[in-house]
Design a protein around this ligand. Structure first.
Ligand code: G3P
Length: 219
């Protein structure tokens, strides 16, 4: 399973990429709005931090043809290459846009997915990743983990070469459980990523080792 950072905060991205085996960054309008910076400022800063790792940028246009133009605009403006993923919400126009963007030679992450069928249709349209929203499903008394598991199984049964990128996580347990149902990738906030890589017993163990090593480690 690969880990991506669901943030546009440069300090957080720098820290995560410095310490952990991160594979990329995902953004959307809400995430960008938290930084209070224009896209033209923040995207190059992210690129600088992550180098050739994956960068997922969400489109905001409504019509499929406009989504394609928008995706091409970002690709050209930011000089993006193979690590660029066009994030497209799975509206009716979005499904059409997935095909157009793929035909134009770009990679696609189909986003805002809430059902197995949305994921299957997005994959059939050519998406490279589908992003089911786990916590938002849990919050409407549905079951995010089950939806992720169903999508993984469906792709396996039909030999579909599309990866599941679990998104919208609020806690460590959700990430643990999607990893146990075969989710290929997750994108999560700095706080959640920090929390999954930390354990108080590890910290205590290290403190004890440090104490016990006094005067013994003389080489
Ligand atoms: O990547 C999806 C995401 O940003 C939505 O997450 O936490 O707003 O449900 P959340």
């Amino acid at each position: 399973m690969i880990y991506l950072a669901d943030t546009a905060n440069i300090d957080e991205i720098r820290e995560l990429f410095n310490y952990f085996p991160m594979e990329g960054v995902t953004t959307n309008p809400t995430i960008l709005s938290h930084e209070n910076k224009n896209m033209s400022t923040v995207i190059p800063q992210i690129q600088e931090c992550i180098k050739d790792k994956m960068l997922h940028i969400q489109t905001i246009s409504e019509r499929a043809e406009d989504i394609l133009l928008e995706a091409q605009r970002y690709r050209d403006y930011f000089n993006l290459n193979d690590n660029y993923y066009v994030k497209i919400p799975v509206t009716k126009e979005g499904f059409k846009a997935i095909r157009l963007v793929k035909d134009a030679g770009m990679k696609v992450t189909a986003t805002a997915i809430f059902t197995q069928q949305q994921a299957l249709i997005a994959a059939k349209a050519g998406a490279d990743f589908v992003a089911p929203y786990v916590n938002r499903l849990d919050n409407i008394s549905s079951h995010g983990i089950d939806v992720v598991g169903d999508i993984v199984e469906t792709f396996k049964s039909y030999h579909i070469n599309c990866k599941v990128l679990g998104a919208s996580f609020k806690n460590v347990d959700q990430i643990y459980r999607v990893s146990m149902v075969g989710c290929h990738a997750v994108t999560a906030s700095y706080e959640v990523l920090e929390a999954i890589m930390k354990h108080p017993m590890t910290d205590k163990g290290v403190m004890d080792f440090e104490k016990d090593s006094k005067n013994l480690y003389d080489i």
